[in-house]
Design a protein around this ligand. Structure first.
Ligand code: SF4
Length: 234
């Protein structure tokens, strides 16, 4: 299956994955995803993905986790979001400890990782130069995020990883009539929008982790808060 095994998604959500993977809407990103350097010495014999990276996980889950965009040697290399790089190591290890996935590592599409009650995606599905999608690129891609949300009928919580993800979710929710006026991103913050609670954490990028901007303790507190919230609302 393209983009990795899906976990019991509805046919319409499978169709969404196929449409994302074949998307060519952003000429700059189409060119970049195909040409960004990836070390063949570090990954000998591997065929690199170099296509848009759809979300992955349990569409019947209650938690949606949203990052910014695939990394060059992460999702863009492996074909699965938060897979095969340092950000994935941090995120998936923490999610495993909190019971949101079945193993502590995320290395490749066929590694057996399964999310539990959670679905993971990125606001922009193609790796951008300098980790910076343009506003038109974000606007091109956000309808896919909206469709992914629509594929989660039991959604109750969204964890945004960083300010970009927060602003992206805010745009999607505003487009469906919700008001988020006056709200802004804050690490360990949260916000109720309708019957969904948005939780916020810095993105687990190597820069944020190595500089101490995001600590394991801080991220664990956020995940514990999500777990408690989901337990209360079930
Ligand atoms: S960023 Fe999104 S809209 Fe743009 S080409 Fe990639 S998948 Fe398509």
């Amino acid at each position: 299956m393209p983009g990795g095994q899906e976990q019991g998604a509805e046919p319409s959500c499978e169709d969404l994955r196929r449409r994302i993977i074949s998307c060519q809407k952003c000429p700059r990103l189409v060119q970049y995803r195909q040409s960004v350097p990836i070390s063949t010495k570090r990954y000998p014999g591997q065929e690199f993905w170099r296509k848009p990276v759809p979300g992955y996980g349990d569409t019947k889950g209650r938690l949606l986790i949203v990052g910014m965009a695939p990394a060059a040697s992460g999702g863009n290399r492996t074909g699965r979001v938060f897979t095969g790089d340092k950000s994935a190591q941090f995120l998936v290890s923490a999610l495993f400890k909190s019971g949101f996935c079945n193993q502590p590592t995320s290395e490749a599409r066929d590694d057996g990782l399964r999310y539990i009650d959670a679905y993971v995606t990125a606001a922009v599905k193609c790796v951008p130069p300098d980790n910076r999608p343009t506003l038109p690129e974000l606007e091109n891609c956000l309808p896919y995020l909206k469709e992914e949300i629509n594929c989660m009928p039991d959604l109750r919580a969204i964890l945004v990883l960083g300010r970009f993800a927060f602003e992206s979710i805010a745009r999607v929710l505003r487009s469906t009539g919700f008001s988020l006026s006056g709200s802004s991103f804050r690490n360990e913050g949260s916000l109720d929008v309708g019957n969904i609670r948005i939780f916020m954490a810095f993105h687990p990028s190597p820069r944020n982790v190595n500089t101490g901007k995001l600590s394991e303790d801080s991220f664990t507190r956020t995940l514990t808060g999500i777990r408690e919230y989901l337990n209360e609302t079930s």
